[in-house]
Design a protein around this ligand. Structure first.
Ligand code: NAD
Ligand code: WQD
Length: 337
């Protein structure tokens, strides 16, 4: 069985990707120190897949520890999810973000080189587009003007990968720019685990619906959109996870060095109010909300052109916003807190 190192494999997107890798006959070897995830994710993975996940609880910026893992596991490829991802925290503590997000990728690339591993899939983000020079954004749209230190770490990591690829004639790099990943596994055994008060919309919706938060604040209804609230491209995490498998399989088929970037979104923009109402309709639950001021740093609208992902990877989303909202609610109920 082919094996892939999955850094951050106990996290939200990484855990769902582990499920899809196994389903495709690729063994995930998780590298995660659980700094932003919990033991229960491993239990959930075992329930879904019937296999005990292989995990090495190390920090990816620790070169010696990573070297040992590569020596012991002898992987064929790497998927690199591990990173800190809270936009607001990155403004308050930027060095934490530059150290972890850039340091872990640099350490990983050197370790891969040492062990002759050539294939890497990297988690990037639509945040690299900043405001977006046109909508929908294509992979060729301008990047570089991110709105936060977190966003800049993704800009720098993408450049690091391009430079590493230019210097190493054998490297195969796929960078995946995720739009807004939401939802959970339909089994409700794994999902998102926001720590403290959620920053992101959907965990806040589910917690407000569950009575764990007083009410959701919709950040602004005076934007130039169809109902005044911001537009985003919300993508079901299982659809997103499947793209990673296709990316690895595509790399293997090319049999040549490459460095490519793909948008992973639905191609559809939805407003915040549409997201709230879809949640209410599909689950038959009310979401208490008020309209508040705009949140600094929010872009008005962002959604993906997905033509390249379809044409090259053969990837398209299969789940709707309603599916995402149903699964997010099932997960919230399974969490029971
Ligand atoms: P997550 O926090 O749920 O998962 C990240 C995992 O990495 C966690 O389990 C954490 O414990 C681990 N980790 C972090 N730093 C580590 C280190 N140095 N060593 C070992 N483990 C470490 O986040 P996620 O939502 O699953 O995001 C995964 C990736 O996708 C990240 O790179 C993130 O920046 C990117 N991304 C996420 C979103 C989103 O909205 N969730 C959008 C775009 C891009
Ligand atoms: C979505 C919409 C808010 C919370 C972030 C990162 C981005 C990427 C994806 C990693 C916005 C509105 C939110 C609330 C609200 N992550 N909202 N009330 O900001 O699009 O993107 O996650 O790479 O880099 O910035 O996602 O879920 O925070 O917000 O009205 O309590 O919901 O204003 O329009 P965002 P989000």
């Amino acid at each position: 069985m082919r094996r892939t190192i999955v850094t951050g494999g106990a996290g939200f997107i990484g855990s769902h990707t582990c499920v899809e890798l196994l389903a495709a006959g690729i063994e995930p070897v998780i590298v995660d120190d659980l700094r932003n995830s919990e033991e229960r994710v491993l239990e959930g993975l075992e329930k879904i897949t019937g296999r005990k996940p292989v995990i090495h609880r190390i920090d990816c910026t620790d070169a010696q520890a990573l070297n040992k893992v590569f020596a012991a596991e002898r992987p064929d490829s790497v998927i690199h999810f591990a990173a800190d991802k809270a936009v607001g925290e990155s403004v308050r503590d930027p060095l934490k973000y530059y150290h972890n997000n850039i340091g872990s990728l640099a350490t990983l690339l050197r370790t891969m080189a040492k062990h002759g591993i050539k294939d890497i899939v990297f988690s990037s983000s639509c945040t690299v587009y900043g405001e977006g020079d046109k909508l929908p954004v294509t992979e060729d749209s301008r990047t570089g003007a991110a709105a936060s230190p977190y966003g800049y770490t993704k800009v720098v990591c993408e450049q690091m990968l391009r430079d590493a690829s230019a210097a190493d004639a054998d490297l195969c790099v796929v960078m995946l720019r995720y739009f807004n990943p939401i939802g959970a596994h339909p089994s409700a055994h794994i999902g998102e685990l926001p720590i403290g008060v959620p920053n992101n919309l959907v965990p806040f919706i589910t917690q407000a619906a569950a009575g764990l938060r007083d009410k959701l604040t919709v950040f602004g209804n005076d934007y130039p959109t169809r109902d005044g609230s911001c537009i985003r491209d919300y993508i079901h995490v299982v659809d997103l996870a499947k793209a990673h498998v296709l990316a690895l399989q595509w790399i293997a088929k090319q049999n040549a060095p490459l460095c490519e970037v793909f948008n992973l979104g639905t191609g559809q923009g939805n407003t915040v109010l549409e997201a709230v109402h879809t949640f209410e309709e599909v689950n038959g639950v009310k979401v208490p909300f008020v309209i508040g001021p705009r949140r600094p740093g929010d872009v008005v609208a962002m959604y993906a052109d997905t033509a390249k992902s379809l044409k090259v990877l053969g990837w398209r989303t299969e789940r709707t916003l309603a599916d995402s909202m149903r699964d997010a609610w099932r997960w919230q109920q399974a969490l029971g807190k």
